[in-house]
Design a binder for this molecule. Structure first.
Ligand code: PLP
Length: 385
């Protein structure tokens, strides 16, 4: 399907709302029926009918249709946050006594779901280094039901070979779920590699303006309908119509923003890579990166995330570098218009002296500013290291 068609027309029924170009925000919790027969039809077909907004809302449906098409999926279901989508997708695939193999070091709350939440319900999780797909195979047990991927991966942006992990999953009758948030649906479509479910935090690139939260699961119609009947309706992590509207608006400019972010990031990375105060840059599109070939195979373009290791052993100098930056906000999240840093040094406290990642690591997200504006800022802050 044509990208322009998906972003501008798909799912929109303008003739039903005065030919308004922007869709209406159907801010209603409830929908009425005209007759008992009509009400009965809605009750027994809630995934398609308009009965109640925790199930179905037409503004949310427009968003779901567009994201499903972007991912090449039959269907999608939207949630109130990315982690709600991750949790519902994972919970939909396991029961007590089952086992999951997950890439290690996924997004923090995914890690918490895997290592703290699921074990309470009798689900066991093994975390593996996903840079070698064989590590997934080695960790599979007779009760393994799910292989979980996040590629690129949080903080250090290593990749998993998606097609290779899918092949292993199929050999062992396991389902695959990938968190595709870091790539965006513009740059990577894992369903084409055979993945069963793709999840996104829509809070990031899809929203794109740091003003809305949302999540989505994409997959086969039958599988998504099953999630609707169980995890979606019972956990109730619904996306509001207003937030769906903001995400539809974000989608209109997604390809333009991704292109701009990619070009600026390449310039910023080139500057940092040759700077003597920078020891290492984690960015899979660098020629020196061991996964550069895989990056070009799986991703259409680079995105705006990378991390660096500063060339110092002194946490105070790392903190000074971060504090001196004028045009990078220090914050969690990413994917908006604004460039950000996330200093790992902030996770070092008196009671947490040995976090998994070094304090010299600074995660970057490059937004929509000019490259030169950002590079000048980095230049002055690096003088402090
Ligand atoms: C890779 C990844 N997945 C999922 C999430 C969770 O998304 P949300 O914050 O929308 O719940 C995040 C949030 O930072 C993330 O970085």
């Amino acid at each position: 399907m044509d990208l322009s068609y998906i972003l501008n027309e798909l799912g929109e029924e303008r003739e039903h709302y005065f030919n308004a170009v922007a869709p209406p925000i159907l801010q209603t919790s409830n929908f009425s029926a005209d007759t008992v027969a009509d009400f009965r039809r809605k009750l027994f077909n809630e995934s398609e009918a308009h009965l109640y907004t925790r199930g179905n809302n037409p503004t949310v449906t427009i968003l779901e249709k567009k994201i499903a098409a972007l991912e090449g999926a039959e269907h999608a279901i939207a949630f109130g946050s990315g982690i709600a989508a991750v949790a519902a997708a994972v919970l939909s695939q396991v029961s007590a006594g089952d086992h999951i193999v997950s890439v290690k070091k996924p997004y923090f709350w995914t890690d918490t779901l895997m290592n703290k939440f699921l074990p309470r319900f009798g689900v066991e999780v093994s975390m593996v280094d996903g840079t070698d797909p064989e590590n997934y195979r080695k960790a599979i047990k007779p009760n393994t039901k799910l292989l979980y991927l996040e590629s690129p991966n949080s903080y250090t942006f290593e990749l998993q070979d998606i097609a290779a992990v899918v092949a292993i999953a199929r050999e062992h009758n396991c389902t695959t779920i990938i968190d595709n948030s870091f790539a965006s649906p513009i740059n990577q479509n894992p369903i084409a590699f055979g993945v069963d479910f793709v999840v996104h935090s829509c809070t990031k690139y899809i929203g794109g303006h740091s003003d809305v939260m949302g999540g989505v699961i994409c997959g086969a119609r039958q599988s998504i309908n099953k999630i609707f009947e169980r995890e979606y309706m019972t956990l109730g992590a619904v996306l509001s119509p207003h937030d769906a509207w903001l995400l539809i608006r974000g989608l209109r400019t997604l390809p333009l923003r991704m292109e701009r972010v990619a070009a600026t990031t390449r310039k910023v990375v080139s500057f940092l890579e040759q700077h003597p105060k920078v020891k290492h840059v984690n960015f899979p599109f660098l020629p020196s990166h061991p996964q550069q070939g895989l990056a070009h195979k799986q991703l259409r373009n680079n995105t705006g995330q990378f991390s660096i290791l500063l060339n110092t052993e002194d946490i105070a100098r790392v903190e000074t570098f971060c504090d001196k930056l004028q045009h990078f906000l220090m914050a969690a999240s990413w994917g908006g218009h604004e460039s950000l840093i996330y200093p790992m040094a902030a996770t070092y406290t008196d009671s947490n002296l040995k976090p998994a990642l070094p304090f010299t690591l600074v995660r970057f997200y490059i937004g929509l500013e000019d490259a030169d504006y950002l590079i000048k800022d980095l230049e002055q802050a690096l003088e402090e290291v």
